[in-house]
Design a protein around this ligand. Sequence first.
Ligand code: ADP
Ligand code: MG
Length: 694
Amino acid sequence: MSFLESPIQYVKGVGPKRATLLGRLNIRTVRDALFYLPYRYEDRRNLKKICDVIYGNLETVKGKVISMNMTELHPKQQRRLTIFELHISDGTGIIKAKWFNQAYMKNNFQKGQELVITGTVKPSYYGGLEIVNPEYEVIEEDSSFIHTSRIVPIYRATEGISARVLRGIMHNILTTCIDQIVDPLPEYIRLSYNLPGLSESIHNCHFPPGDADVHVFNSGISPYHRRLYFDEIFNLEIGVAKIKNGQIREKGISFNPEGRLVNELLKRLDFDLTVAQKRVFKEILEDMRKPFPMNRLIQGDVGCGKTIIALMAMLTAVESGYQTAMMAPTEILAEQHYINMHRLVEDLGLKICLLCSSQKEKPIEEIARGEIDIIIGTHAIIQEGIRFKKLGLIVIDEQHRFGVMQRSALRKKGKNPDVLVMTATPIPRTLAMTVYGDLDYSIIDELPPNRKPVVTRVFKEEQKQLIYRKIREEISKGRQVYVVYPVIEESENHDLKSAITGKERLEQIFPGLRIGLVHGKMKAQERESVMLAFKGGEIDILVSTTVIEVGVDVPNATLMLIVHAERFGLAQLHQLRGRVGRGGDQSFCYFLAYEPLSDEARRRLAVMEKSSDGFVIAEEDLNIRGPGEFFGTRQSGMPDLKIASIVRDVDLVDIARREAFKIIDADPELEGFPLLKNAVECFWKGKIDIFKTV
Ligand code: ADP
Ligand code: MG
């Protein structure tokens, strides 16, 4: 074990107590500390004469302690206050350093001592200059400046360990162990991309060189930062390359049907496939024919027609004599797919069933005996106790709620079945390849023809009448309307309008109309019959919660009203809006927003009014929410990136990916790169047994 792996406790200045506190910052070993980077830097290089400092500025001055002074206010009362003051002079003026309720400070100083102090200069109550709670550094013979007179790293601290103490510890670590850091990155990669060495980079990220540009460091884009980001991303991509490489060597099913079922299906549709749909299906078909398992991601904005492509793949599997399962993230979506597909499928002479946890009688036996060809369901599909006779293809719809682990659980339900994953999350290709690293990638980048962008408008409470008029107008044209609420019922915990009360209100406002209600707490059967009625045109207004967010498809619905739109996130609004605009008619999405609106909410709604492009909306969403939330990387099963960001550092992702795949292609076990192998194992620890050689 190298020194880098040793517990932080044994570092000079740490000890057991501080080690526990550092544990809260996830610093347990020396290595952890090395990669605990400052979150910002302060430029304290510019020593000023005391006569030149400016009120309100962060200033650094040097001088001698000419007097010390302790004052105690309200000594008899509970709220006692001690003030410790130093008077410091450099010959051009005097400045006070002041600490409240830190009487022990007096032990750190002596009269006549030379000091550097840094902090924001304020006018003192009694006249003159002062700095409250300054950073300070006593100048001694051999003193190296850590806290002042340089670009100073600022670390996120935790209770019991100040930023100053943390900085001291970091400095100790770096001076003792910087020589022991060995660079695992192959030198040819380092040289071809002009990356600085590892130890140099670590050192400089903590204590930037004297001539550094503090802004570059504060933006986290110094060459040293980027080198460390690169390493992290490279470790990630090596793992991804390993997973991919392993898949290619696995044996899978080679499907080889004539395409009779698919052709039958296409004949029954009242539309032609778009060019993009055809291209993507061809890619799927090529995968399915190959003798190793398909692992493909289909990305396409809401409404682009992913479902039909999935169904075509499923029919391909069935025609070859296999069962196929489609897994959706919610019951309502599974029910929806079932409703949409079962007639088409049964007309082709096939058997289809629904499988959700809330069903009382699950068709477990029939599935196990292989009597059912197509199984549509939720997580229930991967539960214990569900067995297939011959599972050949799994489709996962709206993938962002499933992760690598769940996919692999699914795969074990058959003998290496093909896997097709569909998502509406619009992410750039490189990122998709990383977040969904074990998957190949296809995109449906075209909407069916004659789709008009959904007219989107924000309304205030006073404008409700306009909305009601529009609802009447659409319904009188034979169209249908969604009204979406953020919550199911009213509650003392919030003052939000709810679906249940909303429905009652709407029944009063529109006495002649047929109004239905769906939400997550209803029984599946009830919900299914309401959805069926809505799809069949027997309901004019469907009141719901966000259970209809993904996948629901009723092309005759042309108006959606979202109540409390200010409470929804961008991705959610985009998904919800995707429920309208699915037929040839002009559709509308109205947002009813309640004051007070936060700036962020205002921004979200403005983005929605302006754009219907999933990519544009996603970009804005990324800015607002950050990548972790956005991609659902938390659930993706990948190790976390601690310092790099696949969004900010997307150029590094490209390079790292290319180089990682090259190395793994040539040397899958990294036998020629022992240091790198070790670094990657450390990074992926336990997450996936990617380095297990059978
Ligand atoms: P999503 O990609 O969001 O899952 P769907 O698969 O639900 O989209 O398709 C949206 C709607 O578009 C459905 O009503 C579907 O029947 C219809 N559709 C799909 N492909 C085409 C096409 N090529 N031309 C016209 N309509 C299509
Ligand atoms: Mg869909």
